[in-house]
Each structure stands twice: as structure tokens, then as C-alpha cells.
Design a protein around this ligand. Sequence first.
Ligand code: BEZ
Length: 355
Amino acid sequence: MAELQEVQITEEKPLLPGQTPEAAKEAELAARILLDQGQTHSVETPYGSVTFTVYGTPKPKRPAILTYHDVGLNYKSCFQPLFQFEDMQEIIQNFVRVHVDAPGMEEGAPVFPLGYQYPSLDQLADMIPCVLQYLNFSTIIGVGVGAGAYILARYALNHPDTVEGLVLINIDPNAKGWMDWAAHKLTGLTSSIPEMILGHLFSQEELSGNSELIQKYRNIITHAPNLDNIELYWNSYNNRRDLNFERGGDITLRCPVMLVVGDQAPHEDAVMADSGGQPQLTQPGKLTEAFKYFLQGMGYMASSCMTRLSRSRTASLTSAASVDGNRSRSRTLSQSSESGTLSSGPPGHTMEVSC
Ligand code: BEZ
């Protein structure tokens, strides 16, 4: 593999005259983010080539964090705000990260020729083993958003032994029903592809609020040079089949799962509804904290590594968490407060986060 750059942050580094420890830490983090540019690779798979970018160096006996982005985005536009969030640095420095771009979504991707058969979401999941073989990585913790969450869940169902944990943000595990199709067709009569994708990524409230973030993402998607490729990924997403999860049945995720749903979800009471809102963009702090808690539950982050803020919030969240594994997700969401809700089921199983 091509050379990877990583700057180790050591506690002993002397302070510059007049520099506070906080300022020194901030400068070190900034330097690390600047220097670690990631290394981009492509591999051939039975369904075409796939591009991915690796940050950090492999850590012995630790899984890689592997991300998969949603429709209309690529790994950078989907995950950069989360992975470059300051508090996230203390987590990710312990893991190598592999950020997969769905085919044709990587920066500078050429537009696929007319008639190109874009892979289904199941086939996109089947491309992941080629990435892991190329890198010689045996296990992962997957972090996926929307379509990416579906792909990683499908991968985990097919390759349970290689997935140590999953963070699934705004997953919709079901195929579109006929009502969804009718609504989709009607919207398609009056809306452009970028507007439909924006309606998948964000809630109507967020879109009409037209914040700077919405303007930025509307601009990225509307002017994407690979919009035709994006439409192909969008079509594959809309043609997904049911993941067919069975509570307590054979088709189930065998690893710890952190389910995240944006507070902007249009159907707040639906289990794992196709929610609006991109918490990894709008709430990186809450997501970082929940992720840290999740990793800690898997035995990867000693509580002594956690920030004071996380330690105190984790303590209060833990004592507030119910051990009723049957509690429904909608109830969890209805319990959410302004600062977000975390709840945990039995240790090592499902953790639900609303932010
Ligand atoms: C990372 O450090 O993993 C990362 C950096 C930039 C964009 C996305 C991820």
C-alpha cells in the first residue's frame, strides 16, 4: 500500500513560550488534520471498480473503521465534518479509516456511458470484500448513512464474522412499498433529481429554512459534474429490496449496532424511518460522544480516555438508560430531549441515538 502519513500526538511535547496547553493541543490537531491527506486507491471487483481513501495507519488487533456515504454525497461531503470534528480526533487516532466512494461518486469521476448497468445496493455491498482483501484487513466497524447504512447492513448480514460493530445513520431497511412508489412518481413529475435527493437527505423544514448548510449541499448536488452517476445510485437506492430483519430470527445483525436517527425525521414515530436530517453534518459533537460510548461498550475506549464532558454525560445517560430490550424505537425518540437521547439495550447489542 502507498505510504500513509500520520503524526503522533505526544503528551510530552514542550509548550511554546506563552502557549496554553489548550492552544498547543488545538495546534497539534490542526497540524494532524492538515498532514493526513488520506491515500486514494481503486480496486476492480466483479461489478466494476471501486475507489476508497485510507486515513491513518492500521492498528494491530483493531478493526478498521469503514464508512459508506448516502446518495448525492461522497465520502468527503458526507463524513468530513464528523471525522474532522475536534473531539473525534481522540477516537480516530486509534483506528485506520477506510472511506468507500460508491462507483462514480469519487471526486473527478467520469460520467458512466449511456446504458451503463449501475450495481444494485446488494452488489455494492458485495464489492466491500475486494476492498478489505486489497488492504488485508480482517474486521471492520462500519459507519453508514442512508443508502450507505443499508449497504453496510447488507454486508454485515452476508459477512457477520468480519463486522465488529455498525453505526447506522438514518437507515431504511425496507424496499419502497406501492404507496412510496406512487408518491415518488408524483414528486418526480414536478421535482428535479437534485431536489428529490435533497428531500431524501434533509427534512422539508430544513430545506425551507435554507440555512448555509442547505445552500452548500444544494449547490454541491445541483452543480455536480457527475449528476448522471448520482441519478444511477439514487435509482439503485429506490430499487432496494427489504433487508428482511427478523427480531430474534435468523436474519439479524450479530454485532453491536448503534442506530442513529436525525431529530428532523419527518416520521418520528416510525421504526427506522427514512428520516430527513444529516446528524453527522449538523450534530458532529453529539454523534462523536455517542460513538465514543459505543466503542467503549465494545471495549475499545477506556473510560479514562474520555473527555470530562463525555464522562459526566455518559454517567448520567447510563443511569437513565432502560434495560428493557423490548422498548420500541418510537418510544426512545419520543423521550428525546433537546440535547438528544441515548439509550442502550443489553451490553454489546443495540444502542439508539436521536440527534
Ligand atoms: C478521516 O480522518 O478519517 C477523514 C478525514 C477527512 C475526511 C474524511 C475522513
